[in-house]
Ligand binder design. Structure first.
Ligand code: GLN
Length: 242
């Protein structure tokens, strides 16, 4: 029997900035604590993406690593688009977010082509955007606080096909100018937030889980968990921003 939730981690060997793998662990635990059976598959260059994936995570990395992954991830475009059209959630963090977009032109002028599955384009600006972020996110009618740490040279702009994941009244987010952070388009999610982002943002983790487990939940909401530790981590991160 296949698992209730199949988490697929793309390029865990290369895209793994600031413990992005913690996102997989957070999703795994939050599903298991509610009694769901979870399977995790790591997919590196040349490996096949399992056909029964529920959620695919693409972490962050350096410009050089993004260049290395480029040809492999581009070949996966149709497969990822097809999976997302069947409700598979795809989360890209930082470098992974940029790769889901149309293009990333790095500071040295190197253009790294993206998948174009998220209507966002990334260029650069002066210096890197580094620091803690306190944001306010909106997904599927829920609004909640989002905290994390960002470190990127890229400046991302949303096209009309994507909506912003969060607003950053004080932080820098996508580009340091328009006070947006991340993007959402159908089943595709992008964020600049590391930390990793999901352990300290249980509401974001559950919003993604509810989508990834939609068939199993059959319209029922996820059972609440005791999130006191997660909430303490969240508060600590918010506090450090100040
Ligand atoms: N290389 C990208 C940038 O600097 C992404 C960095 C990251 O994933 N942290 O913009």
């Amino acid at each position: 029997m296949s698992a209730d939730l199949h988490l697929v981690h793309l390029y865990p060997d290369l895209l793994r900035t600031y413990g992005d793998r913690g996102n997989i662990v957070a999703l795994q635990k939050r599903a298991e604590w509610r009694g769901f059976a979870v399977e995790i598959t790591s997919v590196s260059r040349g490996d096949a993406v399992p056909t029964d994936a529920s959620l695919i995570l693409i972490g962050g990395g350096s410009d050089r690593v993004q260049e290395i992954i480029g040809p492999d991830i581009l070949a996966r475009g149709p497969e990822l688009a097809n999976a997302a059209s069947h409700g598979v959630v795809v989360l890209g963090v930082c470098g992974g977010y940029q790769l889901l977009g149309h293009e990333y032109v790095a500071a040295d002028g190197t253009a790294i082509q993206g998948l174009g599955l998220l209507d966002v384009t990334t260029g650069t600006g002066r210096g890197r955007i580094i620091g803690r972020v306190n944001a306010r996110a909106q997904i599927d009618g829920r609004t909640f606080d989002l905290v994390g740490f960002e470190n990127h040279g890229g400046r991302t702009r949303l096209g009309s096909g994507a909506t912003t994941l969060a607003v950053v009244p004080k932080g820098q987010g996508n580009n340091g100018v328009d006070r947006t952070e991340g993007a959402v388009q159908g089943s595709f999610f992008g964020t600049y937030l590391h930390g990793p982002v999901l352990p300290a943002n249980p509401e974001l983790a559950d919003a993604l889980l509810e989508r990834a487990l939609a068939k199993r939940l059959d319209g029922e909401p996820l059972k609440p968990l005791d999130d006191s530790l997660e909430e303490a981590a969240h508060r600590e991160s918010r506090h450090r921003r100040r």
